[in-house]
Write a protein that binds this ligand. Structure first.
Ligand code: DMJ
Length: 437
């Protein structure tokens, strides 16, 4: 693919982003998410927190959509208010709102965005007040009351990039230390063979579910072990990442020579339990590539691409041995686009842009609706559902755009993407910053 074709595709992605954003603008303005089919909106809590505008502002800035970005910034500074009596998800609010505010602050240096991030981060801190230091799943933004001790590695361990960046910009080390401790507390409870489960109690520190894999409830815990090292040069993260990836390769990698997949296993024994993989797991080629393991990244990416092409859009979960779909929904997830972008950045192989074009065209064909983009209830029948999650704008369309955009749009080597695709500047102030083992 030549640069002219890539530039044409970047423009096409930008215009699809505009289509999705204008749907939100027209039917959900001031609320959290657009409901694209009923042309209405959904709020996560009793009061909206402007999830879509905050989560997608940095995409608009990167795409050079100045008028849209200006609109969103005005809405955010006039309407957003975190002093609310609502119990919010520590994890979701961190990755979508705190991450969104911080990345947009770094791109604009708009002090209001940093002030909002500091306010939000401070209100999230009581979540970490458990006996173990693992965060509760929910915290009340006004009172600091917590609930939901039963959590998982992803929710407990995917906070360091956002809290670390907040520490950097506020010069208040509490954020970094608190999120780092949570990551350590998960790692310190790994089994003797080096795996973690998918459920843990924040009060007792006991595992509540021994299923081990790289999928939902665990996925981004591993991502942040690696990225904590890459972003901050944090050698503790390196110390935790290296044995973790070794255990993953030993017990979860399922390599029959032709295809590479990652399975489920019991965290204590390593005994295989399921050959289920899905849309969320498709982040893993990106992580492998970032860690320097380009060979496995390429092979797993090929598996993910096949998973997508089986029905023209990937299912949420399927059995890679029998090819039976376990959950056929597609909620506009970004992970395959994310891995395509990483592999293109890290190998320069034009094949990834070509595959990215095919992915993008089918994404548009099956999910574009008259207003915005609609999730699929079933990737086989292509029946739609009335949801456009904010990550469609903050992640999926951002990664497609960056795949085709000219290199000066963003220097991949100077940033680390949070799990919600918010680029934060690397800050090797904590230790050594070379990410390769
Ligand atoms: C996003 O909110 C984040 O990428 C998270 O880590 C996993 N799920 C969604 C996208 O699929």
């Amino acid at each position: 693919m030549g640069e002219a074709d890539a530039a044409r595709l970047a423009e096409r992605v930008k215009s699809e982003f505009r289509h999705a954003w204008h749907g939100y603008r027209q039917y959900a303005w001031g609320h959290d998410d657009l409901r694209p089919l009923s042309r209405s909106y959904r709020d996560w809590y009793a009061q909206p927190l402007l999830t879509t505008p905050v989560d997608s502002l940095d995409t608009m800035i990167l795409m050079g959509l100045d008028a849209e970005a200006r609109d969103a910034r005005t809405l955010i500074s006039e309407r957003i208010e975190f002093d609310r009596d609502i119990d919010v998800s520590t994890f979701e609010i961190t990755i979508r709102l705190l991450g969104g505010l911080l990345a947009s602050y770094e791109l604009t240096r708009d002090q209001r965005l940093l002030d909002l991030a500091r306010d939000l981060g401070t209100r999230l801190l009581p979540a970490f007040g458990s006996p173990t230091g693992l965060p509760y799943r929910f915290v009340n933004l006004r009172t600091g009351a917590v609930k939901g001790p039963e959590t998982n590695p992803a929710e407990a361990g995917t906070l360091l990039l956002e809290f670390g960046s907040l520490s950097r910009h506020t010069k208040d080390g509490r954020f970094y230390e608190t999120a780092k401790r949570a990551l350590l507390e998960v790692y310190n409870r790994r089994s003797s063979i080096g795996l973690v489960g998918q459920g843990i109690d924040a009060e007792t520190g006991e595992w509540t579910d021994r299923d081990s894999h790289v999928s939902a409830c665990i996925d981004s815990y591993y991502e942040y072990l690696l990225k904590g090292w890459v972003a901050f040069g944090d050698l503790d993260c390196r110390r935790m990442w290296l044995p973790s990836i070794a255990a993953i390769q030993r017990y979860l990698a399922d390599d029959d020579g032709a295809e590479l997949w990652y399975r489920h296993a019991d965290m204590l024994t390593g005994e295989p339990t399921a050959t289920v993989f899905g849309a969320l797991d498709a982040f893993f080629p990106a992580v492998l590539a970032l860690s320097g393991d380009i060979d496995r990244a390429r092979r797993l990416y090929d598996s993910c691409y096949k998973m997508w092409m089986m029905h023209g859009i990937e299912p949420e979960r399927f059995d890679y041995r029998t090819k039976r779909i376990v959950n056929g929904a597609y909620p506009l997830r970004p992970e395959v686009a994310e891995s395509t972008y990483y592999l293109y950045q890290l190998t320069g192989d034009p094949r990834y842009r070509e595959m990215g074009e095919a992915l993008f065209e089918s994404f548009v064909r099956y999910c574009r609706s008259e207003v915005g983009y609609a999730s699929l209830r079933d990737v086989v029948t292509k029946e739609r559902s009335d949801e456009m999650h904010s990550f469609c704008l903050s992640e999926t369309l951002k990664y497609f755009y960056l795949l085709f955009a000219p290199p000066e749009t963003l220097d991949f080597r100077k940033v680390v993407f949070t799990t919600e695709a918010h680029p934060i500047q690397r800050w090797p102030g904590v230790g050594r910053s070379d990410p390769r083992p």
